[in-house]
Design a protein around this ligand. Structure first.
Ligand SMILES: [Zn+2]
Length: 78
């Protein structure tokens, strides 16, 4: 697999087991609660592709991998 470019990363935050984006990379809305579960985050950290449905703008973020701070997505976000 090709390495994922840094332009495709987006930071996330965790609070009380919930996963937030601040802001949404697609519409700029601040502090978005995602529907991503801890189980899904764990799978993403294993490199399993995971989709996040964003409530703010109905975009779908496709996460290819995650580390402790960033999602590595298939979108150019920066
Ligand atoms: Zn959005």
């Amino acid at each position: 697999m090709k390495p994922i470019p840094f332009e495709n990363t987006w930071p996330y935050e965790q609070q009380m087991g919930d996963i937030y984006l601040e802001p949404c990379p697609f519409c700029g809305e601040g502090r978005i609660l995602t529907n991503m579960s801890q189980e899904a985050l764990g799978r993403a950290k294993e490199g399993i592709k995971t989709r996040i449905q964003l409530q703010c703008c109905r975009e779908t973020m496709v996460v290819l991998e995650a580390d402790d701070d960033y999602f590595w997505t298939q979108h150019t976000l920066r």
